[in-house]
Each structure stands twice: as C-alpha cells, then as structure tokens.
Design a binder for this molecule. Structure first.
Ligand code: AMP
Length: 283
C-alpha cells in the first residue's frame, strides 16, 4: 500500500494507471475509519483494479463554530485498517496541498442544498462539493463510492457529477450500524457513556417511523411529531432537524406518496449525529 501526499504525485500515479487501462475506484473520507468506511472500500475493491482512498479533514466544510480542530484523527490506525481491506493507495494531503495561498475557486450545487444539512450548516455543501471536485480531478477515478448515511451528500455529489459532466460512476452504499442500531460515525467517538444510550434514539425513532408507515400513516407532519417526541424523551438530545423530504428535490413533503426520506440531525451531548430512513425500503 502506497501513501501519497502531494497532488502532483497522485495525479501522475493515477494517470499511469489509466494509461495501462486500469480501472480506479475511489473512496473519499475524513479518516478515523470505522466499518462504514471499510464497507465502501470493500465495494470499491470489487469494482476496479486499483482502490484509492483519501484521508483529509477538509476545513472548508466546517463552519467557524464547528468541530474542525477537535475532529478525531488517527492516521496509524487508518493505515492499518486500510491495508487490511486491500486499499492500494492512501492519498493523504496537507492543507497546503489542497488550499495553497491564493486559492479562490469553489463549486456550489444549488436548490438541493437549501434544506436539511445545507440549512443548518451553510458552508457545508460548498465545502463538500469543492473538495470532492478537486479530489476527483486529482485521483481521476472511474467509480467513486459514498455512504447513504449522508443521504443528502450522496444526492448532491450525484447531481454535481451529472451537471458538470464528470465521467465518474457514483455508487451509494447502505448505512453500516453497530449491533444495537447506532449508525457508525467517526463522531460517535465523542459520545460519553450515558450519551451512547440517548444516541440510539435516532435509529430507534427511524424504526418507529417505518412502523407507522407500514401501518398506513402517510401524513408527514404526524410522523415527524411522533419522531420528535420520541427523541426528546432521551436525556441530552437536542434536535437540529427531523424532516421528511422528496429523495430527489430534497424539499419537504406533506404526504408520503412519492419516494421520501426521513432525515435526522440531533445533538447528543457534544456531537451532532445524523441518520435517515427511506420509506418503503428495508433497513
Ligand atoms: P466521512 O469520513 O464521515 O466524511 O465519511 C466518508 C464516507 O463514508 C462518506 O461517503 C460517508 O457517507 C461514508 N460513511 C460514513 N459513515 C458510514 C456508515 N455508517 N455507513 C456507510 N457509510 C458511511
């Protein structure tokens, strides 16, 4: 497994693979890897000849009061886990490589970034689409794999790739969970012991919403109220949003008659956790 730290070396390496007719799969991450990341990597392994991952905590997607400095990091652990799943290259750039002095270019996707995480974290998607566009130009993948845990992010990346005619296949993978249902996240590392129990309110409320749907409930307002009441019963929780949206437009829906997603963002103690459920799909 190679570790590449400069943009030039990464581009040269990928170009040489392409010239030899090799197919490149790419999994971008912010590190502190867990099984959610590793499942994306295992899928990448199946889809290409060479699996490249990036580990980069991207400063432009964090707001001024967010957890950029405290974001958990463990490069040695990440290296070991990556090697175990057969990653061929880790791209591990410094900020000076990604945002050198005089950096002025940003990519924004409109409309579908106005709701949910885009509403509560105004810098977030501009940062995500900018870094992904840059990474795609550096790593030159044929296929890239993202998790559906970050549902809106996946929709936004697919939109960007389509709208900017990037010749890349975007694959979405199911959310990987702890045995008790908690969606895996690097930010779970911040949870104190008592908060861990409250954090289960996200996945459990999604399950409850799925049951309401199975019983025939189609009024989004009713489901959202039940979900909020459920979560708020758990100590230390503070809801950022609980919304039901159309899976393509990301606009709120009143009735669940098309394909809809219930998306949650909840602070549990310090970390803000997200999770989602697409109605009518088994999870
Ligand atoms: P992050 O390092 O949090 O930026 O995540 C990198 C990639 O891993 C993104 O495509 C995420 O959607 C994906 N990911 C994070 N957590 C999970 C999970 N529990 N299950 C599946 N994919 C995940």
């Amino acid at each position: 497994m190679k570790i590449i730290k400069t943009v030039r070396d990464m581009q040269d390496f990928s170009e040489s693979l392409r010239l030899r007719g090799k197919r490149i799969a790419f999994v971008p991450t912010m590190g502190y890897l867990h099984n959610g990341h590793l499942e994306l990597m295992k899928e990448g392994k199946k889809l290409a000849d060479c699996l490249i991952t990036s580990i980069y905590v991207n400063p432009t997607q964090f707001g001024p009061d967010e957890d950029l400095d405290k974001y958990p990091r463990d490069f040695e652990g990440d290296e070991r886990l990556s090697r175990n799943v057969g990653v061929d290259v880790i791209f591990y750039p410094a900020n000076s490589q990604m945002y050198p002095e005089n950096y002025h270019t940003y990519v924004t996707v409109e409309n579908i970034t106005d709701n949910l995480c885009g509403l509560s974290r105004p810098c977030f998607f501009r940062g995500v689409t900018t870094i992904c566009a840059k990474l795609f130009n550096i790593v030159k993948p044929h296929v890239t794999i993202f998790g559906r845990k970050d549902f809106q992010q996946l929709v936004v990346i697919k939109r960007m790739v389509t709208d900017l005619n990037m010749d890349i296949e975007v694959v979405g993978m199911p959310t990987v969970r702890e045995p008790d249902g908690l969606a895996m996240s690097s930010r779970n590392a911040y949870l104190k012991e008592d908060e861990r129990e409250s954090a289960l309110s996200l996945s459990r409320s999604l399950k409850y919403a799925a049951e309401l749907y199975e019983r025939g409930e189609r009024d989004a307002g009713v489901i959202i109220k039940e979900v909020k009441d459920f979560i708020e019963k758990h100590p230390g929780t503070r809801i950022d949003y609980a919304k039901i949206c159309d899976v393509e437009t990301m606009k709120d829906v009143e009735r669940l008659d098309g394909r809809s997603v219930l998306a949650l963002a909840v602070w549990v103690g310090t970390p803000r956790l997200i999770d989602n459920y697409v109605f009518g799909e088994n999870k």
